[in-house]
Design a protein around this ligand. Sequence first.
Ligand SMILES: Cc1cc2nc3c(=O)[nH]c(=O)nc-3n(C[C@H](O)[C@H](O)[C@H](O)COP(=O)(O)O)c2cc1C
Length: 510
Amino acid sequence: MTVGARRFHDETAHTPYSVRTSGHQLEWDIKPFPFKVYTELPAVALPRDVDVLATPTLEALARAAPPAERLTLPALTALLYYTAGVTKKKTYPGGGEVLFRAAASTGALYQTEVYVVAGDVDGLAAGLYHFCPGDFALRRLREGDVRGALAGAAADATLARRAATLVLSAIYWRNTWKYQARGYRHLFWDSGTMLANALAVGEALGLAPRLVTGFVDAQVNRLLGLDPTREAALELVPLGPEGPAAPALGEMPAIAHDVMPLSSDEVDYPELREIHEASRLDSPAAVEAWRHGTRPPPREPRGPLLALPEPPRASRPLGEAIQRRGSTRRFSHAPLSAAGLAAALWAATRPVAADVPDGLVDVYVIVNAVEGVAPGAYAFWPERGLETIREGDFRRESAYLTLEQPIGGDAAAVLYFLAPLDAILERWGERGYRLANLEAGIAGGRAYLAAYGTDFGASGLTFYDAEVVRFFSPHAAGRDAIFVTALGRASGARDGVLLSNTIPSPPRRP
Ligand SMILES: Cc1cc2nc3c(=O)[nH]c(=O)nc-3n(C[C@H](O)[C@H](O)[C@H](O)COP(=O)(O)O)c2cc1C
């Protein structure tokens, strides 16, 4: 077993004691700016008449559209908008304004950045671009076709042939400002919710998206011109049809374009940098070897299973579901239908087309109010149903487990993602920690899509680590709590203002 990720996980666990004694205070004067702004590079404006994405949400999650013959700029634009775009704005008393994005993100801090390695995109010159959701524009960081460099770094020749690849990164300080070192987990939860959107939208557009988690970190960071003490590449998503292979490239010359500082001061969290470093891969050969990890052996239910109905047949267009999405801030106690719960569980546990196996994370459920399902604690078995752990009214416990937040108790059902972390670390080393958190983030993001694609709401939640495992034990013994998503019906007015398929004007520096 590896030590780094296990120790990091334990040291960043929330307990009632740690939360009460943390002493961490938010320094509003240095709250990081939520957009990365390249100050010297011209903007390449993206077309503003974004595709409405009419494919029903559950359909997009179920199967791929026929393959697109070309990757076009409008398709890339839709993918960027529905993955990382600004969809909503809320103005607070006193004048503060938050521009909310297509995907949920811890604390609305939006540390995930998106880059595009474009090779063969109709309407866009080959190059490496950064996407800024603030002014809805790309900025070219490198000219020419650099797909070969990415393919080499990822030990995956198909990346030199696919039309383009998205690279998701995270700027640490944007999240650690509030969440300190535990923010490392958030990098994967939040890029996971974005990937849930990117994968669904990519499938709806026939772009055959695939998740690539293994790559030589230093090479990809250098390609993007990142300062690896502050920002790191996390995941790659190749898109579009394969064409002739781009030429192989050796080590790329360094680039260092000027960017606006996020705040006048920053706090470093060395333990975050260290665990990320410890989970790096150093060579294409190491990437290939790492990909051969296998998932831990499957478990079997211990008791009878309660079958859930089929998810609803009809669902909202995917574009509309993403635009309407917003974390529910308050749930009423109104029940969900069993089909609604089934849709969220089905979506959360869909396979992920990736370079490594999925199925690392198990789903446990607290049911508070679901028609036809007795309130209680359950383990979910994909395609089979719910195994009862114990029946009872657990609203109080669920609020407690989710860091004493009322929404954990008011929700109709709460999904707890748990994983056999030690077994995962044995198979994938320290980088397995990224995989467990990422898979749970994608699952949570897909649960959001199923909720807003049908007729209810959702919210990601943080939690008391050990208390969650204890609650579901002995069934969950030996597992670790990775992430939580609450489902239910919103109480009162919706948050924010829905901007119907419009893109807000560029943000101004405060
Ligand atoms: C991984 C994750 C964890 C979250 N944890 C909490 C939480 O503990 N409590 C809460 O009220 N909201 C939580 N949220 C919701 C975020 O606050 C919300 O996504 C963010 O404010 C952006 O707003 P939106 O989702 O409405 O667009 C979480 C969201 C994510 C993606």
